[in-house]
Design a protein around this ligand. Sequence first.
Ligand code: GDP
Length: 367
Amino acid sequence: MTEELHCIGCGAVIQTEDKEAVGYTPLSSLTKETVICQRCFRLKNYNEIQPVSLTDDDFLRILNGLGEQEGLIVKIVDIFDFNGSWLPGLHRFVGKNPVLLVANKADLLPKSVKPNKVINWIKREAKSLGLQPIDVLLVSAHRGFGISDVVEAIEQHRKGKNVYVVGCTNVGKSTFINRIIKQATGEGNVITTSHFPGTTLDMIEIPLDDGAALYDTPGIINHHQMAHHIDSSELKYITPKKEIKPKVYQQNAGQTLFIGALARFDFIRGERSAFTIHIANDLPIHRTKLEKADTLYEEHKGELLSPPTSKFIERLPELVRHEFSIKENKTDVVISGLGWITVQHANVVVAVHAPKGVEVFIRPSLI
Ligand code: GDP
């Protein structure tokens, strides 16, 4: 049996197969006497955190580990995939440690969205999911806004203790930490591996001024995320990249809107009404009659209705129907990871068909 090698930076077991997973090191680097994983290598040489992901077992191990540490937990969620990027059960594992909730990708929200409404919605949602964060902050790690407020909040709430940053893969955790490192160190001020000795948690340790540290935990794969059912080559059409431009559709009952082959929105009952669609700007919407929708989907998914294209359509789980009776004006019907449809008027019945496992829910409009 060959002996296990450990990264001298984070202590992870070295492996050469899975680039996305903890401990990845290119085969060519194994000849050296001391081995450093690619993630630590990039942090050491370029001051840059690289995203890595974990299996479910590792996830539980890390969560258990967090409860045994004392410090501030910074949990990152993607506002565009709030439910898909939530870490269920985190509140049970963190013990008495305070949790600061950071909602990322605020740059994608249309200008008409009111930040306070987003924050209030997140607070309500967090509470109903069993988490009482000490604060909720809205940021764009990509654009850099809100970051200095987060840094301030971290300083205020950590009370000299360590900081643990947790989040699902793809929420922008790496982009966020890279922002923080740049803010804290200034460019060119290189962090060396000696600052983050091996831990059993496979975390990367970034030293803070007072001897405490900020830890980057590996990203957790949440199997409900729409992104896992989509090939990476097609993900770019589905994930919004820029501020969303809402599209308004005037519909009569008995009409259906297809969002690529990913989801379907049926207007079942009610007066003629306006529906405002908030999804990635380039994602095609196809309008048809409700009575024809099933056949159209079967015959044209992957072609007229795409993405996913025919090459990847079989990977998409079957669509599941969710019906909603809308009682309030301005209600959002949210499809996690894809976007939402604002139903402008009350007293309508609608149904959304979305891939199995992807959450669909309603909330008061953010606008
Ligand atoms: P991680 O897996 O959580 O570490 O996520 P990454 O930092 O690798 O980011 C995942 C994806 O989200 C990348 O395509 C990023 O460009 C994108 N991303 C990260 N932060 C933001 C943000 O604030 N706004 C937008 N629009 N995209 C972001």
